[in-house]
Ligand binder design. Structure first.
Ligand code: CTP
Length: 408
C-alpha cells in the first residue's frame, strides 16, 4: 500500500454484522481526509454491503479471499503495508479468530501480518458481547496490544436495546486518528493492559430540590484525558460530574453529581487502577443541610445564612491510601501567582505523584479548547506544556504517567 502525502494507509476490515452499512461512512471519512483506504470485507460482510460499494467509496480494489490476485501475495502485503488496521464492525466471530490466530480468509490473514496498531470496533448483541468467551477473547487481544473499543449502548437490531452497538463512525474515525498520532509519537499503545481512572467536570452540592452550589468546569480537559488514554490502549473509567459532553468512544462513563458521589465512584474504580487523574473541580464545601422543600424568600426578613461543611479531599485521600500498590496519582491546580512555588507546595501537601498546574491567565477561560500548564513531579521533574489543544496536554500527562507506572 502506498502512503499518500498527508494521509495514512488504512486497512478497514469489515465483518458480517448489520452495522457493516455504518462502515461506509467510515470509508468516506478516511478518504476525505486523504487516507488511502483498502477495504477487506469478509464473505459474510458482503451479504450486507456489496463489493461495488466498498470499491467505489475507497477508490481501491476489494478482495476478500486469499486466492484472488495471488501474484501480489495480498494475504501478507496488505497487512505489512498498513499504518493502521481497523475492523468495524468486529463480530464475535472475528474477535475469536483474531484472539486464536486463525487465518481462513484475507482479513484474518491481514490481522496476523499487520505490525501497525490494530483497532477493533465490536458490534453484536449484548448477550454475545457479555459471553465469557467473547470477554476472554477481548482481554487476550488487549493484552497483546490491540485496541478494542467498548461498544456503545442503545438500540440493537430488531426491538432489542443494550450494550453492543457500533460507536458512531465519527467517533471511530476520531479514535483512529488519535491512535495514528500516538503511533507516530511513541510507536506503541503504551497504556495497553492498564486501567486508568479520570475524574472530570464540576461537582454540584444541592441546597434544595432546585438549587445547588456549583462551578463552571466544562469537563473538557478530563474528557481529553479519557479519549487520549483509550487511544493509547488503556481501559478507561471516566467519572463525569455534570458534564454535557458526549461519552467518548471506548470509555466507561460513570455519571455523578456531588463530591461525595464522585468520591465513591472514583474510589470504587481506583481499586484496580494503575493511575488516577483528578481533573474534576471538586467542591471543597457542601451545604450542611439539604432542604427537602424549596427554600422560600421571607418578605421583610434578611436571607437565611447557608452553613457549609468541608467535603473530603479525594485526591489527598487517594495519595495517602494508595488503593493499589504502585498506583500513580495525579492532581490539578489552578494558580494565578508564583505558579511553580505554589504548585510545588500543593504537590507536597496533597502527596500525589504529579500535579498539573494551570496558570490562570488572560487566555484561560472556562470551557476553552486550549490550555497551557506545567506538569510537576514529586521527584522534582518539571515539564512545561505550551499553549495548545487540551489533547496535547493530556498526552503530555500520560507520557509522565507511563514513565512512572511500574513495569509488571
Ligand atoms: N480535589 C479533590 N477533592 C476536593 C477538592 C479538590 O480531590 N475536595 C482535587 C481536584 O480534583 C484537583 C486538586 O484536588 O485535582 C485541586 O486541589 P485544590 O486544593 O482544590 O486546588 P485549588 O482548586 O487550586 O484550590 P485552592 O483554592 O485551595 O488553592
Amino acid at each position: 500500500m502506498t502512503q499518500r502525502r498527508d494521509g495514512a494507509g488504512i486497512v478497514l476490515g469489515v465483518s458480517g454484522g448489520i452495522a457493516a452499512y455504518k462502515a461506509c461512512e467510515l470509508v468516506r471519512r478516511f478518504s476525505e481526509n486523504g487516507d488511502d483506504v483498502r477495504v477487506v470485507p469478509t464473505e459474510s460482510a458482503l451479504r450486507f454491503v456489496g463489493e461495488a460499494t466498498w470499491s467505489a467509496l475507497s477508490g481501491n480494489p476489494v478482495t476478500t479471499g486469499v486466492w484472488e490476485s495471488v501474484h501480489e501475495v495480498p494475504h501478507v502485503r496488505i497487512g505489512q503495508g498498513a499504518d493502521l488496521v481497523v475492523v468495524a464492525p468486529a463480530t464475535a466471530d472475528v474477535l475469536a479468530k483474531a484472539a486464536h490466530g486463525l487465518a481462513d480468509d484475507l482479513l484474518t490473514n491481514t490481522l496476523l501480518t499487520a505490525r501497525c496498531p490494530v483497532v477493533f470496533a465490536p458490534a453484536m448483541h449484548t448477550e454475545m458481547w457479555e459471553h465469557p468467551a467473547t470477554q476472554e477473547n477481548v482481554a487476550t487481544l488487549r493484552r497483546r496490544g490491540a485496541l478494542v473499543i467498548e461498544p456503545a449502548s442503545g438500540r440493537l437490531t430488531g426491538a432489542d436495546t443494550g450494550k453492543g452497538r457500533l460507536p458512531e463512525p465519527s467517533a471511530i474515525f476520531a479514535f483512529c486518528r488519535r491512535v495514528l498520532r500516538g503511533a507516530e509519537r511513541a510507536g506503541t499503545a503504551d497504556l495497553a493492559g492498564r486501567h486508568v481512572v479520570v475524574s472530570a467536570g464540576g461537582t454540584r452540592e444541592p441546597l434544595d430540590p432546585v438549587r445547588y452550589l456549583g462551578n463552571r468546569s466544562s469537563g473538557k480537559q478530563g474528557y481529553a484525558l479519557a479519549r487520549t488514554a483509550a487511544a493509547r490502549g488503556a481501559r478507561v473509567t471516566l467519572v463525569a460530574a455534570n458534564s454535557a459532553l458526549p461519552d467518548p468512544a471506548g470509555v466507561t462513563v460513570v455519571p455523578v453529581g456531588t463530591a461525595l458521589e464522585l468520591r465513591d465512584a472514583v474510589r470504587a474504580a481506583a481499586e484496580d487502577a494503575d493511575a488516577v487523574v483528578m481533573a474534576a473541580a471538586v467542591a471543597d464545601f457542601r451545604p450542611a443541610a439539604y432542604a427537602a422543600g424549596k427554600i422560600k424568600k421571607r418578605d421583610g426578613q434578611g436571607p437565611e445564612p447557608v452553613a457549609l461543611v468541608r467535603n473530603p479531599d479525594v485526591l489527598a485521600e487517594l495519595a495517602a491510601e494508595r488503593l493499589r500498590s504502585g498506583q500513580v496519582v495525579v492532581g490539578f491546580a489552578a494558580e494565578t501567582d508564583d505558579v511553580l512555588a505554589n504548585g510545588r507546595a500543593k504537590l507536597a501537601a496533597k502527596g500525589c505523584d504529579l500535579l498539573v498546574v494551570n496558570e490562570v491567565g488572560e487566555r484561560r477561560t472556562f470551557g476553552a479548547e486550549e490550555s497551557e500548564a506545567v506538569v510537576l513531579g514529586a521527584d522534582g521533574q518539571e515539564t512545561p506544556v505550551p499553549f495548545g489543544p487540551k489533547e496535547d496536554l493530556a498526552d503530555a500527562i500520560w507520557d509522565q504517567v507511563v514513565a512512572r507506572v511500574t513495569a509488571d
